[in-house]
Design a protein around this ligand. Structure first.
Ligand code: SF4
Ligand code: SF4
Length: 386
């Protein structure tokens, strides 16, 4: 046993990380990432393309980097799981915490100090990251045996299921690598290594976004559409979004490996459970000040009020929330065309064409945005509806 390394592991676990594994930074097989990018599956997340070389080559990030410490933080809410409360919009569970990029940072600074003290190195001998790349970090984590990459493309831990935040500390220190979950899977990056014949995640995805094991087409993915897409959500996807207001956990929660999930210790996480209890009515009525107050310090605030109202309009239509029609009609006159497009779609979907035309007559008469007029135009040519 390497005592210095075990001392480092013990100190990092004591900081609140739930799993600590080590990996050597051999060159990463970039074929998978480049194929995915080549097929445009990153949608308009151009930063993924721009940063691909850097993410594949740790030397561009930290010259002389030899190893990485992979850190997992378990965020399974356990008995307090409020994410599937009946008749409430659904939130990705990771979002129901203060932004983990912020709350993990002090512990990562401490992790760097632990590395300095155990190995006698300086502050230029390491660099830390939280969730900077969907492919590379997971690949390292799988090599280090933190878990394996499932057919849903997620890192799956045998101890925590699908519910780990990942962080990494790259370092010039040479660390002994931990083995992958099974020696037999070689470099550990094999997709679905412990999935067996299971295909639950592929079958459960509401939009068919998992085009083959391990490959998620962001353009079809509800997480991408409700979080990263800053514009209009394609009409053909809106109905498939269901009640997902922010992100989607479907391909995670159906995974049988979650039977090993454990309730988060919440040492490095701050739960924001109140968010999940917001009703659709409350969400549709959000104004800038209330939005800022409710979502302060969360990842959700990045979709901005317009993005959240857009998503709420879609959820209202998909959940037959007829008690929301008045709110939706009001949003059809919102300042932002992005909100108006989806409010118009929701009113037509819920009320049917004839009634929607009545309800929206005033909003329609003053509409000037080509995007919103296109939505009205589409419905003018659509079947009468419900
Ligand atoms: S997050 Fe949802 S939409 Fe995206 S791949 Fe998973 S199940 Fe499909
Ligand atoms: S649901 Fe089944 S196929 Fe999908 S990641 Fe989990 S074990 Fe693998």
């Amino acid at each position: 046993m390497n005592t210095r390394q075990e001392e480092l592991r013990t100190r990092l676990l004591a900081l609140g990380f739930d799993d600590v594994r080590f990996v050597q930074l051999k060159p990463v097989n970039g074929g998978f990432l480049r194929d995915w990018l080549g097929q445009g599956m990153q949608a308009d997340m151009q930063w993924m393309e721009r940063s691909a070389d850097k993410r594949l080559d740790p030397q561009q990030v930290l010259p002389g980097a030899k190893s990485a410490v992979l850190l997992g933080v378990n965020y399974w809410p356990g008995g307090r799981d409020v994410s599937s409360m009946a008749e409430r919009p659904l939130w990705a569970r990771y979002a129901l915490y203060s932004d983990y990029h912020d709350t993990l940072k002090p512990a990562l600074i401490e992790a760097g100090r632990a590395l300095e003290s155990v190995y006698g190195v300086g502050g230029t001998d390491y660099r830390y990251y939280v969730d900077t790349g969907p492919v590379v970090e997971r690949g390292w984590a799988a090599r280090a045996g933190l878990g394996f990459i499932g057919k849903n493309g997620m890192l799956i831990s045998r101890r925590f299921g699908n519910w780990l935040f990942l962080a990494a500390v790259l370092t010039t220190v040479e660390l002994e690598p931990d083995p992958p979950v099974r020696e037999a899977i070689g470099d550990g990056e094999q997709i679905g290594a412990l999935c067996g014949k299971c295909t639950r995640c592929l079958e459960a995805c509401p939009t068919g976004a998992i085009t083959k094991p391990g490959v998620v087409d962001a353009r079809l993915c509800i997480s991408y559409q409700t979080i990263e897409n800053k514009g209009v959500i394609p009409r053909e996807l809106r109905g498939k979004i269901g009640a997902h207001i922010y992100g989607c956990d479907v391909c995670l929660e159906v995974c049988p490996w979650n039977r090993f999930a454990q309730e988060s210790r919440r040492v490095l996480l701050v739960a924001r459970e109140g968010i999940a209890s917001l009703s659709l009515q409350e969400l549709l009525a959000l104004e800038p000040e209330r939005f800022a107050a409710v979502f302060k310090g969360t990842a959700i605030k990045r979709v901005k009020l317009a993005g959240l109202l857009r998503n709420a309009c879609i959820v209202a239509a998909n959940t037959s929330a007829n008690d929301c029609i008045t709110a939706l009609v009001r949003l059809a006159s919102h300042d932002l065309p992005l909100v108006r497009v989806h409010a118009v779609w929701a009113v037509f979907t819920l009320a049917g064409r004839a009634r929607a035309e009545d309800l929206l007559a005033v909003a329609r008469s003053v509409e000037t945005s080509s995007e919103v007029l296109e939505e009205y135009g589409w419905w003018a040519g659509a079947p009468t509806g419900p």
